[in-house]
Design a protein around this ligand. Structure first.
Ligand SMILES: Cc1ncc(COP(=O)(O)O)c(C=O)c1O
Length: 370
């Protein structure tokens, strides 16, 4: 279940934190971090975001086909022969090579439009982007192309979610020095942006013209080390219903490999959800779920499509009862800690066959269809 009211609340909190003169680019890649990109995009835009960001052009296409007309930045790089996608779908493309720059110019000329681009600078993430010392000459080249509109310049933090901000501040210094070099060279770029969620929370000096938050839109903090300078509401809860309940005697093996054997008489429930739905197999015998106001442990291995819970401590548990695997009562962070990952991966992993049920103000929400 996804609470669109929580998305609105979180975006409104971001809007308030960064002020009205800073743009908010809502990051809705990976199907809105598993929440459903189209629904999240509508909710985020209604709550004060002005534009969107995705990882690959195909994600931008889905938003366009849903009728969303605001600027959409593709943050990943594409091969030069894929430049046509940004042009065809009206997307802003990230660029960090002359080859892609020229391909975008060429495709834009062919379509009699302009290609809006954002130049990415690698200030310390070590992933994609120009080295800071190469930016001025690259921008000069880009400015000479007739069909390219050099709209944005941006960078990405590697450690803004850590308590120690020393490296993040160094990255910010490097980005600032690129901005200064461009200004000194008389090369203006309207939209400079750097802040991810952690920086929105804790590094106001990195706001520039816009911020680019992802995880906080969904109501999750980027790490346990950041200050909660915006009060967030988690939007997603993974829920199911008990499919089957049985009472078994001591010594009964449960699931593949018989890794759990009941110690005494036990009430065992089966849930119709497994690792193919994004409920990680490493949660076998380790996680707890929430059912009828109590916690109950997962017993035995998580299967592809099912898993089992010991309901012996949940009086009256019956088939059909609702179970929360994570959300309000079992935080996504608890699941993440149990399997050695981060909350981002827990929500992104929820598989496509899990129906996303949308609510707003505690009511089912059917507006702004995906
Ligand atoms: C380039 C870029 N900007 C912004 C974000 C949003 O990051 P976060 O979800 O930590 O706010 C991401 C996500 O990984 C990203 O790759």
């Amino acid at each position: 279940m996804v609470d669109l009211g929580a998305i609105s609340h979180n975006v409104a909190g971001i809007r308030q934190k960064v002020g009205s003169r800073t743009g908010v680019i809502a990051v809705v890649k990976a199907d809105g971090y598993g929440h459903g990109a189209v629904r999240v995009a509508h909710a985020a835009l209604a709550a004060g975001a002005e534009s969107l960001a995705v990882a690959i052009p195909e994600e931008g296409r889905v938003l366009r086909e849903a009728g969303i007309g605001v600027p959409i930045l593709v943050m990943g790089l594409v091969q030069p022969e894929e430049a046509c996608k940004a042009i065809e779908w009206g997307l802003e493309q990230t660029v960090a090579s002359v080859e892609l720059l020229q391909a975008l110019d060429c495709e834009a000329r062919r379509a009699s439009v302009e290609a809006r681009i954002h130049v990415k600078v690698d200030t310390g993430m070590g992933r994609i982007g120009l080295q800071p010392e190469d930016v001025v000459s690259f921008v000069r080249q880009a400015k000479q192309l007739q069909n390219v509109n050099l709209y944005g310049l941006y960078s990405h933090f590697a450690t803004a979610d850590e308590r120690d901000k020393a490296f993040a501040v160094r990255q910010l210094g490097s980005f600032n020095s690129v901005v200064e070099q461009l200004r000194d060279a008389g090369l203006s770029i309207p939209m400079k942006h750097m802040a991810n969620s952690a920086a929105v929370l804790e590094l106001p000096d990195s706001y520039f013209d816009a911020v680019r938050p992802g995880i906080i839109i969904y109501g999750l903090y980027p790490s346990s080390e950041v200050e909660h300078t915006i009060k967030l509401k988690p939007a997603m809860s993974l829920r199911t219903r008990i499919a089957h309940v049985k009472t078994v005697g001591p010594g009964t093996p449960i699931s593949y490999g018989r890794t759990h054997v009941t110690g005494g008489q036990a009430v065992v429930g089966t849930l119709p959800l497994g690792y193919a739905d994004g409920y990680n197999r490493r949660l076998s015998n380790r996680a707890e779920v929430w059912v009828n106001g109590s916690r109950a442990p997962i017993v035995g291995r998580v299967c592809m499509d099912m898993c089992m819970v010991d309901l012996s401590g949940v009086p009256g548990a019956r088939a059909g009862d609702e179970v929360e695997l994570f959300g309000q009562h079992i935080p996504a962070e608890e699941i993440a800690d149990t399997i050695g990952t981060i909350n981002y991966e827990v929500v992104c992993a929820v598989g496509p066959r899990v129906p996303r049920l949308y609510i707003k103000d505690s009511e089912p929400w059917a507006g702004s269809q995906s």
